[in-house]
Design a protein around this ligand. Structure first.
Ligand SMILES: NC(=O)c1ccc[n+]([C@@H]2O[C@H](COP(=O)([O-])OP(=O)(O)OC[C@H]3O[C@@H](n4cnc5c(N)ncnc54)[C@H](OP(=O)(O)O)[C@@H]3O)[C@@H](O)[C@H]2O)c1
Length: 306
């Protein structure tokens, strides 16, 4: 994806001999130079992701798969990660067919420290650099306060938060060595507006926004930009599960629930994993040189809160 300046301007700028060599944009040293000297940025919006190593957690389906596909389209070297080898293999084949760029994959669970570390370290070693990390995970169970015991709280912490912490801890040394990087963590619109019946999401996803803001301030001087993104209704298996639950609660059909839900979104439809992936790819690119510490909702203006 290349968003070009108006043609006349672009053609003038393209002939300028002072523009940096774009093929060099993937090297860490130049990255840190660009970070330090904004005036040296290229005048066309280039994502600069070609040959950069990226890890996309929870990526055999849904949002993670959409993000991995868009990274692959930009020429990044992608490491997929989730629990099912069969689904990962099928996803790697589909992305290779769609983009001409085959991802690698590592089988593991975000709740297992060794699995997470090995995916990150393997990506850095196989790709020769680690530029971006997309933190993602399976959704915590739906339910209300009185339905959850200590075990449920502990498990939700491990699935939604601790896995991200471990992934970031493993990724930072590689990013610092390369002179910069990008971390984007997937959360939910529940970070801005509580969703009834999704208490565990409301609690832990809000915590991840705090993590993102603090981390952005700590690692900004290292050229590492950190953001969180909150999906509203992205059309995946998770949304199908939730629509089924909500339809049951209201006593309506799943089709009716889905149609009412889409009509309540100003853009009048669910987002696609690809809609989501393109925004994450921008946030993770060199084109994003100044947006950090933010929580961005990707929801078609569904949430009314600022
Ligand atoms: N879709 C939305 O509109 C929406 C809205 C708000 C929040 N969210 C949140 O965004 C995240 C992704 O949502 P989605 O809609 O893409 O979900 P999804 O369609 O259910 O896909 C979940 C992905 O996560 C992987 N996964 C699940 N548990 C894992 C684990 N322990 N370790 C590693 N990988 C794991 C799954 O693969 P395996 O089964 O192979 O491991 C699958 O690839 C979820 O946390 C969800 O709650 C989504």
């Amino acid at each position: 994806m290349k968003a070009l300046l108006p043609l006349v301007l672009a053609s003038n700028l393209c002939s300028c001999e002072t523009l940096p060599d774009r093929s060099a944009l993937s090297h860490g040293t130049l990255t840190s130079k660009l970070f330090a000297e904004p005036d040296a940025l290229p005048s066309q919006m280039e994502f600069g992701l070609a040959d950069k190593g990226v890890v996309v957690l929870a990526s055999s389906g849904g949002i993670g798969r959409g993000v991995a596909t868009e990274f692959a389209r930009e020429g990044a070297r992608v490491m997929l990660f989730s629990r099912s080898e069969e689904k990962l293999s099928e996803t790697a084949d589909a992305i290779a067919e769609e983009t001409g760029n085959r991802p690698l994959f590592t089988v593991g669970s975000i709740t297992n420290k060794d699995d997470v570390e090995s995916a990150i370290n393997r990506a850095a070693s196989e790709f020769g650099n680690l530029w971006a990390l997309f933190n993602n995970t399976g959704g915590p169970p739906a339910g209300t306060f009185e339905q959850f015991d200590d075990e449920a709280w502990q498990s939700a912490f491990e699935v939604t938060m601790l896995g991200y912490v471990r992934a970031i801890r493993a990724a930072l040394p590689h990013m610092k060595k390369g002179g910069g990087g990008r971390i984007v963590s997937n959360t939910s619109v529940s970070t801005k507006q509580a969703i009834d019946g999704l208490l565990l999401s409301n609690v832990f996803r809000s915590g991840l926004v705090g993590l993102g803001k603090s981390l952005a301030r700590e690692v900004g001087p290292d050229g590492i930009l950190v953001n969180t993104v909150g999906p509203g209704r992205i059309d995946t298996d998770r949304i199908e599960q939730l629509d089924t639950i909500w339809a049951g609660q209201k006593g309506i059909s799943i089709e009716q629930q889905r149609s009412e839900s889409q009509a309540s979104i100003p853009l009048q439809r669910y987002g696609t994993p690809s809609d989501f992936g393109r925004i994450v790819t921008f946030l993770s690119s060199e084109a994003n040189a100044y947006l950090t510490g933010q929580n961005v909702l990707i929801d078609g203006a569904m949430v009314e809160a600022y």
